[in-house]
Design a protein around this ligand. Structure first.
Ligand code: UDX
Length: 434
């Protein structure tokens, strides 16, 4: 049986959850304080760039199963299942700021007119779901509700595929009544045999952090081996590929690069390190991953300096600003470190990104933003590829060389074929290969 659902928060997680849950046949109301955003969503316009999301948005708006509102009170009262999908940004001390979550919990307490399942989708520190339960109990004076932890594993740029075809659905759920309701919410996933992991609240919360910390560790491991491969004259791609042939290792997330970024890995690894401190458990490995990843970002600028010498007075074309392809998200992108270091060293930056320039300009308003990669390369001493956008894989090297003043390419994603690049008269530097 489909469920009446309210999703509070229409950011990245909330928007995908709203359109996805509606597509499963549930009746969904997406709620946000931001009126502009809600008006856009009502018209079928996505406030974020994410491939495919507007198709799902329009389809479900048209079917009448999906609505958006700023009226949180009625939306909660009218639903059996309330998803919390608001942001949990990092405080200055690195801890998750739970004030948005708390404010939603207060609204839920004020509108708990009947039994409801409260589902946390936001990534929250271990213990938060139990705290939500206690807060609701204290504020309402009853326990006619259940709290479920349902972490998301969506990758930006592939979020709709990940939502509709997840590797697993994790549900921290400690009541049979809530279990039955959640099973109905995700019935469509059961039909395609997606495994459901039922566990307690703390386990679900930690599965999310452990998964992201592990993937961040895997990337950091291969980056470190890539650096060693460079020093000894080995090829990191053959190493990754061969390692991945071992079923115990798997080839995924073994691609070397300029260091991981984004809204999750940096935040979640830091959170794990902090839980360790809080609970008195040594987290040497994760702490080392965080430090090594920061150094990997900075190492890209060192590579540039080693090849072109003093950056002062030189023009560097930076191709790609987003933390990965298929997104306009620049949170913790290696481009922030790279651009900052180039500017500090007295260089000039000419940047291009197919989607992320507006966001980047909010932080670096004074660098030059260009319409095409070739415009960015105009009179540049060096080109640095930071994001693995497909269009950079197919760069016209003759045109690029023609535009440039110098001939150095730093390919932090190993997108180009070094032999071809060198044959076109460039000096080429990748990551983990000659
Ligand atoms: C991640 C998780 O994958 C997802 O499950 C979670 O819910 C949210 O965080 P996302 O941050 O969108 O998703 O992107 P992801 O594809 O995981 O990449 C994260 C970072 O790692 C990017 O900077 C990417 O460029 C980098 N990366 C990824 C590598 O450097 N090498 C790889 O092999 C894979």
């Amino acid at each position: 049986m489909s469920q009446k659902i309210c999703v509070v928060g229409t950011g990245y997680v909330g928007l995908i959850a709203s359109v996805g849950l509606a597509d499963f046949g549930n009746t969904v109301t997406g709620v946000d304080l931001n009126e502009d955003k809600i008006n856009k969503l009502k018209e079928g316009i996505s406030p974020i760039y994410e491939p495919g999301v507007e198709d799902y948005l329009r389809r479900n708006l048209d079917s009448g199963r999906l609505k958006f509102t700023t009226g949180i009170d009625y939306a909660i009262k009218d639903s059996t299942v309330v998803f919390i999908a608001v942001g949990t940004p990092e405080n200055d001390n690195g801890e998750a700021n739970l004030s948005y979550v708390e404010s939603v919990v207060n609204s839920i307490a004020d509108n708990l007119n009947d039994y409801k399942v409260i589902v946390t989708k936001s990534t929250v520190p271990v213990g938060t779901n139990r705290w939500i339960y206690e807060l609701l109990k204290e504020k309402t004076g009853h326990e006619n509700f259940d709290v479920v932890s349902n972490p998301e594993f969506l990758r930006e740029g592939r979020a709709t595929q990940d939502f509709f075809h997840p590797d697993r659905t994790v549900l921290g759920c400690e009541s049979e009544k809530a279990k039955e309701i959640m099973f109905n919410v995700y019935r469509s996933l059961n039909l395609i045999s997606v495994p459901f992991v039922w566990c307690n609240l703390e386990t679900a919360e930690l599965i999310k952090y452990a998964s992201n910390a592990f993937l961040a560790t895997k990337i950091t491991f291969i980056n470190e081996i890539a650096n060693l491969a460079e020093a000894v004259g080995a090829d990191i791609h053959q190493i990754s590929k061969s390692m991945g042939m071992d079923g115990r290792i798997s080839p995924k997330f073994l691609h070397p690069g300029p260091g991981y970024g984004g809204s999750c890995f940096p935040k979640d690894t830091k959170a794990v390190a902090m839980f360790g401190k809080k609970y008195g458990v040594t987290m040497n490995l994760i702490e080392s991953v965080i430090d090594t990843n920061d150094k990997q970002k900075a190492r890209m600028v060192e590579k540039l300096k080693t090849s072109i010498g003093d950056i002062k007075g030189k023009t560097i074309a930076v191709l790609g600003l987003a933390f990965k392809q298929q997104t306009d998200d620049i949170r913790e992108t290696p481009a922030l470190t790279i651009v900052d270091e180039i500017l500090k060293a007295g260089g000039k930056v000419q940047a291009h990104d197919p989607k992320a320039m507006d966001n980047f300009a909010k932080i670096f308003p004074d660098i030059m933003y260009c319409h095409t990669a070739y415009d960015a390369a105009k009179n540049a001493d060096a080109v640095v590829i930071v994001t693995e956008w497909n269009e950079y894989r197919g760069l016209d090297l003759i045109k690029l060389k023609h535009a440039m003043k110098g001939n150095f390419i730093l390919d932090t994603r190993n997108l180009l074929d070094p032999e071809i690049v060198v044959a076109r008269g460039f000096i080429y530097e990748g990551v983990g290969r000659k």
